[in-house]
Design a protein around this ligand. Structure first.
Ligand SMILES: Nc1nc2c(ncn2[C@@H]2O[C@H](COP(=O)(O)OP(=O)(O)OP(=O)(O)O)[C@@H](O)[C@H]2O)c(=O)[nH]1
Length: 233
């Protein structure tokens, strides 16, 4: 297989970054299942493996819903992913500062990576602490895409934002060789039945989610191995 062909078929890796409680898990699950789930476990990274239609063709995609409190994993996330979704809540200035720092870090350490900045919880306009124009300007400074969404309110803007971002990332995928931590020399992963896992998230009687083929939960020990692996690259 030619190298280009191999690159195009390899999974497109997206890390969802953001501080606590900004809606990273809600956003990821909303995008993949169209459902809004109010509460999630929040003590681990979740890796979703799926095949999505990107720009009209099937594309393997891996989305890492990261756990913000695990500082030691941030290095690994930065190296593992090909593109980044940086989430903050428009109701939480501190989460915006966290996002701004992350954009800065990405500019330095992953300057060629595509970045989408999302201001979540736009349904809570009466509690707004971050002005849209300020965030949009910041994103522009870092050549990142930007939009505000309400994961809770509707799945369409979330789907539109992530669909077009994935399309852009796929288009920009070129000769650069991004790190491959989980693919090569991967740490031992706990693979769960996706149906069982999402069943516990969305309720037993809900219809099964469509696009996800595998969900991997990385616990503390496994995340440490991920960090060690990434540092060998
Ligand atoms: N009003 C509103 N609430 C939201 C929205 N998105 C998520 N939430 C709520 O925000 C809280 C946090 O959502 P999570 O998806 O668990 O956030 P997280 O960033 O994954 O949190 P950590 O796991 O702590 O990092 C939950 O109570 C969600 O129901 C939104 O668009 N609007």
């Amino acid at each position: 297989m030619k190298t280009d062909e191999k690159n195009n078929n390899s999974p497109l890796r997206l890390a969802v970054l953001g501080s606590n409680q900004v809606g990273k898990s809600a956003l990821t699950v909303r995008y993949l299942t169209k459902r809004f789930i109010g509460e999630y476990r929040s003590d681990t990274d979740m890796l979703y493996k799926c095949v999505l239609q990107v720009d009209g063709a099937p594309q393997p995609v891996e989305i890492m819903d990261t756990w913000a409190s695990c500082d030691e994993s941030s290095d690994a996330h930065l190296q593992w992913a090909e593109a980044f979704v940086v989430v903050y809540a428009i109701t939480d200035k501190e989460s915006y500062r966290w996002a701004a720092n992350t954009l800065q870090e990405l500019s330095v350490r992953r300057s060629s990576a595509s970045v989408l900045m999302l201001g979540n919880k736009s349904d809570l306009g009466h509690l707004r602490e971050v002005e849209e124009v300020e965030a949009r300007t910041l994103a522009l400074t870092h050549a990142a895409r930007f939009t505000e969404v309400s994961t809770a309110e509707s799945c369409v803007p979330v789907a539109d934002a992530l669909d077009s971002f994935l399309k852009e990332v796929k288009a920009q995928r070129g000769s650069s060789n991004n790190g491959n931590i989980l693919g090569n020399g991967s740490p031992k992963q706990r693979k769960l039945s996706v149906t069982r896992m999402l069943g516990s998230l969305i309720g037993r009687h809900s219809p099964p989610p469509q696009p996800i083929t595998e969900l991997i939960v990385l616990d503390k020990g496994e995340r440490s191995k991920l960090v060690r692996c990434s540092r060998q690259i």
